[in-house]
Design a protein around this ligand. Structure first.
Ligand code: AHM
Ligand code: MG
Length: 380
């Protein structure tokens, strides 16, 4: 790749995935790439780009903590539980603080929400309020930290829609289809950041020798031919029959297709990333103990769904695209089936029962009506 700045060929949706080779004197940093993308929009103010740089910086800082966690007495649990009733790991708390502090003062955001905090996070008095909101899971898969398994940060950005000076709950509760950017940082054998602003999904690998994310995977396209199934089948006994039948399909047990290979890390970002590059489907179905599933719509499902769609894949909760769900609460959970388009499409062939909380209408435009709340999750 030469030194000229025209990277427009990387943004063509028709360009196949390729791994970029850098030379000693020519590299494409994440900053350069973001600037090039921004140039395609003459009205862009640079604020969204600024949020992406801030997240890249936060990712580098968290990577640093994750790398040295075993040495620095930051492994293990705190004495606190988060809003979901889960024990907070020390690194959850540290990662949450790193993200908040990386973005709260730039004048680009008007509010935030984190999986680790119960309520809306306002921009502190004294800092300028901007036109975007950020929702994030600071350290997904954190129960794996103590055993040195990859973890990740996931984020989602929307434009402010309310009129007031500061951000509101309404700004945070928007359907995923309105995301203007989303991404994740995977702390694996190398640290990678993958993001989209709706112009394809692009991956960057952290070069630790210079401390920069370098473009390594432009225009990621999820392989059409899936290789992997990622699901925790310890829950099989709690799945309704249609879910079991769907899993039998993926495993080739009903004779309708070749069996997928099963790979489950138990860290969503790691499982998603492997399937994004290698082809596959990640499933976290609802079950009788978690009738709305486990994963969070706003911090996990939405951003990854945006990236999946931009890479040619899909994501559903079993009733329609994840991106069309209209959220009603910050920490809303959702079933999730995400990855290669064909495998995600198979979900439609299995009539999964739907859980609706009493008194809370499930809102989504143009999809099948829900089963009433009184119906058990196992009822078709
Ligand atoms: P977390 O946000 O508390 O870390 O929980 C989310 C994680 C995902 O990374 C992963 O896919 C899932 O929980 C694993 O759950 P389970 O152990 O039930 O399979
Ligand atoms: Mg999480």
């Amino acid at each position: 790749m030469g030194n000229r700045c025209d990277l427009s060929f990387l943004f063509s949706p028709l360009e196949p995935s390729a791994v970029v080779k850098h030379t000693a004197t020519s590299v494409v940093t994440i900053e350069r790439f973001i600037i090039e993308q921004e140039r395609m929009f003459p009205d862009a103010t640079g604020e969204l780009s600024g949020i992406l740089y801030d997240m890249a910086l936060a990712g580098k800082m968290i990577a640093n903590k994750v790398r040295s966690a075993g040495l620095a007495d930051i492994l293990g649990a705190t004495s606190d539980v988060n809003v979901q009733g889960e024990v907070q790991q020390k690194l959850d708390v540290i990662a949450n603080e790193i993200v908040v502090k990386a973005v709260d003062h730039g004048g680009r955001l008007c509010a935030m929400a984190s999986e680790e905090e119960p309520d809306i996070i306002h921009i502190p008095e004294g800092f300028r309020s901007g036109k975007y909101v950020l929702l994030f899971d600071p350290l997904d898969g954190s129960s794996n930290i103590d055993v040195n398994v990859p973890v990740g940060t996931i984020f989602s950005v929307f434009k402010k829609i309310t009129r007031g000076a500061r951000g509101d709950m309404e700004d945070l509760l928007q359907p995923g289809r309105r995301q203007v950017a989303a991404g994740y940082i995977l702390y694996g054998s190398s640290t990678m950041m993958v993001y989209t602003t709706g112009q394809g999904a692009h991956g960057f690998t952290l070069d630790p020798s210079i401390g920069e994310f370098l473009l390594s995977h432009p225009n990621i396209r999820i392989p059409e031919k899936a290789r992997y199934l990622s699901v925790n089948d310890a829950y099989e006994q709690d799945w309704p029959e249609p879910t079991r039948a769907l899993m039998r399909r993926y495993r080739g047990l009903d004779g309708q297709q070749k069996a997928l290979n099963v790979r489950y890390v138990g860290s969503l970002v790691a499982d998603f990333h492997r399937n994004l590059l290698g082809g596959g489907v990640f499933c976290y179905p609802a079950n009788s103990k978690s009738p709305r599933g486990k994963l969070r719509l706003l911090y996990e499902a939405n951003p990854l769904a945006f990236i999946a769609e931009q890479a040619g894949g899909a994501a559903t909760d079993g009733y329609g695209s994840i991106l069309d769900v209209e959220p009603t609460e910050l920490h809303q959970r959702t079933p999730l089936y995400i990855g290669s388009r064909h495998e995600v499409g198979l979900v439609d062939q299995f009539p999964l029962p739907r859980f609706v909380a009493p008194g809370v209408p499930e809102r989504r435009s143009g999809h099948q009506p829900p089963i009433p709340a009184s119906a058990p999750v196992g009822a078709a």
